[in-house]
Design a protein around this ligand. Sequence first.
Ligand SMILES: N=C(N)NCCCC(=O)O
Ligand SMILES: [Zn+2]
Ligand SMILES: [Zn+2]
Length: 317
Amino acid sequence: MQPSGTPEPRGPVDASVVPRFAGIATFARLPRLDEVEKADVAIVGVPFDSGVSYRPGARFGPAHVREASRLLRPYNPAQEVFPFGAQQVADAGDIAANPFDIAAAVAEIEAGARELRSRADRLVAIGGDHTIALPLLREVTSVHGPVAVLHFDAHLDTWDTYFGAPTTHGTPFRRASEEGLIDLTASMHVGIRGPLYAKSDLEDDARLGFAIVTSEYVEEHGVPSAVDRIRARVGDKPLYISIDIDVLDPAHAPGTGTPEAGGLTSRELLRMLRALTDLRIVGADVVEVAPAYDHAQLTAVAASHVVYELLSAMAPR
Ligand SMILES: N=C(N)NCCCC(=O)O
Ligand SMILES: [Zn+2]
Ligand SMILES: [Zn+2]
């Protein structure tokens, strides 16, 4: 229910009036942020990929996910909610981040997020490579203090440096932990798998504050058990959700820069997100969609549904 006097949220363009393939793509054909007075949630693109260690191209992720999001519909039966009706969601466009200077880009992303948050209570960012989680966490923790980080990924992303560089897509959560941005008792990776550099990577990771639900655990014990572990770990802490699309198996999400075999299905990931409805989500990102390696919008469709489930979980009821 909207408080009296508050206008009804402005929703997506009606696909029964204007065909969904017509018009310029905002996420889910939602209004732009400058078309609404204030938003409960703003979707923002962060087209930055200068932090990648392997295949580049996630800078084109935001536009690709928006394009694939045209088919989303207003009612989400899985969460029994109208994600664009229960709250005002708007598309804030993209943050301009310097592609030649990672430190400058990270500062621009944090400043951009801060400026947007004066017009929107919460942000859902579409990357971009995983580097962008660091400035987004800096911004969100400047308001909420240390947050529980629920991180869906094939990779730990708590490594130290690459070629001497401290700020890359493989290191955001080590930097965040060192800076005191994450709640060390409530943070968790989900979907981890594949080769590491050393056994000590896991010891470092635990020391930096993360528990782990591996991809194999999900297969062995099922989604409900994984969800129980997530909910027990996160509790009622302010929660930041960071979703690297490579948490999905390459069969479900080929369009990404560092694919690893043996991942989650999109069905498993969506089911997990649907179980997070009543948690205190303060912000989120969906990163690492790289369209050059995508086929038939597989990865972008998956990412658009992931964003849709996040928005549904954030909707008041
Ligand atoms: N954040 C992502 N997607 N990947 C990190 C991979 C780091 C590495 O090259 O070992
Ligand atoms: Zn990853
Ligand atoms: Zn990652």
